[in-house]
Design a protein around this ligand. Structure first.
Ligand SMILES: [Zn+2]
Length: 298
């Protein structure tokens, strides 16, 4: 077959694919416009999980940071701002997770129409190296507070479904509280309290259970690891007999692997829930994290 004809065929194929995908796109957005669901925009995945646990089929949640993206690197695009302006509620994490928040707030056309909800309201902050740690959702106790803030916003925006939201909120937070209490007992009986992670995201989880994290990357998943830092980590692992190194999909798994090889530890996945992973919901991811940390320490 000559090259010219081949490229022509490819061009035809591509344009027919484009046609199909734009057709699918239209159908989808038409369905959305017809819906009378409360439209909620959230910045990051854990807030989507909390909102959906409470709002279920009465709300339509749009997440700004796309799945699989490291949220510390995110910058909103104009399409995100268009979506946001169609929403009744915008929930952000707070504590500096959204470095772009001020810029986005400035683009809100009707500030009376959109409730801006700071999910961190009422949470006691942790500072690491002078910076506020934004990973509040990795604490079950904080997740309960964030859920409360979201529930109140839903009730305010859609009071006719108040009982529905209250009931779902209670069910969800009862489940989180039970997981918290079960683990509180388990962890209090452990002698070893230190574990090693890839990205320093677990400060609030540590606070819940009296644990301590050491990590390869800092709170904002930034900074190349220096030979000195790697040496410190190796020394720490040896001194504390660390047998498991936790690694996150979006942080630096290579360095974690190097560290694990160096000290003869195994690598295990831990979820920051910054993005949805392994198709697990918030509760399942947290349960998995806590089980793995517990098993590595006992
Ligand atoms: Zn993070």
């Amino acid at each position: 077959m000559n090259i010219r004809r081949l490229s022509l065929n490819i061009a035809t194929l591509i344009s027919s694919l484009l046609l199909v995908s734009s057709f699918v796109g239209c159908t989808k957005s038409a369905v959305k416009t017809d819906s009378d669901k409360l439209k909620v925009t959230v910045s990051i995945n854990p807030l989507k999980e909390f909102a959906e646990a409470i709002g279920k089929d009465k709300i339509d949640v749009n997440v700004m940071v796309p799945e699989g993206m490291e949220p510390h690197d995110f910058e909103p695009k104009s399409k995100d701002l268009v979506e946001l302006n169609k929403s009744s509620i915008f929930v952000y994490n707070g504590f500096g997770m959204e470095e772009w928040l001020d810029k986005v707030e400035d683009t809100i056309e009707d500030k009376n129409k959109i409730q801006l909800i700071d999910s961190s309201k009422g949470i006691e902050q942790i500072k690491t190296d002078g910076k506020v740690d934004p990973h509040i959702w990795l604490s079950l106790k904080n997740a309960e507070i964030q859920s409360l803030n979201i529930k109140e916003a839903l009730v305010k925006a859609d009071s006719k479904n108040k009982d529905f939201y209250e009931k779902n909120y209670k069910e969800f937070t009862d489940k989180l509280e039970k997981l918290y209490q079960d683990n509180k007992t388990k962890f209090s009986e452990l002698k070893t309290k230190d574990f090693v992670t890839g990205h320093e995201a677990f400060g609030y989880l540590c606070r819940d259970f009296g644990l301590k994290q050491m990590s390869v990357e800092d709170v904002f998943a930034e900074g190349e690891i220096t030979p000195q830092k790697l040496k410190d980590l190796v020394d720490f692992c040896r001194a504390n007999n660390i047998k498991t190194i936790f690694s996150e999909q979006l942080a630096s798994p290579k360095v974690s692997q190097t560290l694990a090889n160096e000290v003869g530890a195994k690598i295990q996945t831990i979820y920051t829930i910054e993005s949805k992973e392994d198709n697990k919901d918030y509760y399942e991811s947290m349960k998995d994290n806590l089980d793995k940390i517990y098993n590595s320490l006992k």
